[in-house]
Unconditional design. Structure first.
Length: 223
């Protein structure tokens, strides 16, 4: 049996009196979980920098989850953050990512997916594992994780990772939208899908990670 004291620490900021203890109990299989029920206490705990990853609810008493994450990033706390919330619109996701969250999971969720996302956010990549350079960052395409120059980890969707990998494999080449559509997306998708996923990558990583070449298409930028 694994000694709980040897497990990596996870900070869970969740105010739901029923859900919080359930999530903490399940995550205790792989993490030493610190459960905090309000935003201000969560911010104080996160600032200590002793956790490998932080899971934050969006709606919290005392301090909203987005405000908590924004405050951490202003303080240069780079601990990976997964935002766990019932607010699942595109605008909500974008806001969460823009303030500095590394990933966003909508309630209700499956615990298998939560574990997978946390593994991706905290994974220590071996030197022999292949990656693609994205400026000063690295894309681990199989894991769908980007390690940024500022030491955070960003989890991508399958299509986001496929698009970035296609660009990173030929960093000096400008791809037409039709080329990227055929290479990355299922048959039947429209050209506008490429533009949508370029926008997703820019929001998650940096606006310069994909460059627009007017009249021709897209090429890899930098982090």
């Amino acid at each position: 049996m694994t000694d709980p004291e040897t497990l990596p620490r996870l900070l869970l900021v969740e105010d739901d009196p029923e859900l919080g203890p359930i999530v903490a109990d399940v995550l205790a299989e792989a993490w030493r979980v610190d459960l905090v029920a309000d935003g201000r206490r969560g911010l104080d705990a996160a600032r200590a920098g002793t956790h490998a990853v932080i899971v934050v609810d969006r709606r919290l008493p005392g301090l909203d989850g987005t405000e908590l994450v924004a405050a951490l990033r202003r303080d240069h706390v780079t601990t990976p953050v997964l935002m766990l919330t019932a607010l699942g619109s595109t605008a909500d996701r974008v806001e969460g990512l823009d303030v500095g969250a590394d990933d966003y999971l909508v309630k209700p969720f499956e615990f298998d997916e939560l574990f997978a996302r946390l593994r991706a956010l905290t994974r220590s990549f071996a030197a022999h594992e292949p990656w693609l350079d994205v400026g000063e960052g690295r894309l681990f395409a199989e894991s769908r994780v980007v390690v940024t120059p500022w030491s955070s980890r960003v989890v991508l969707s399958e299509r986001e990772a496929g698009l970035l990998a296609a660009l990173a494999e030929r960093p000096d080449y400008t791809f037409g939208r039709a080329e990227l559509l055929a290479a990355v997306f299922p048959r039947g998708e429209q050209l506008g899908t490429v533009d949508t996923y370029v926008s997703y990558l820019r929001r998650k990583l940096d606006r310069d990670v994909v460059l627009t070449v007017r009249g021709r298409g897209y090429r890899l930028g930098a982090l």
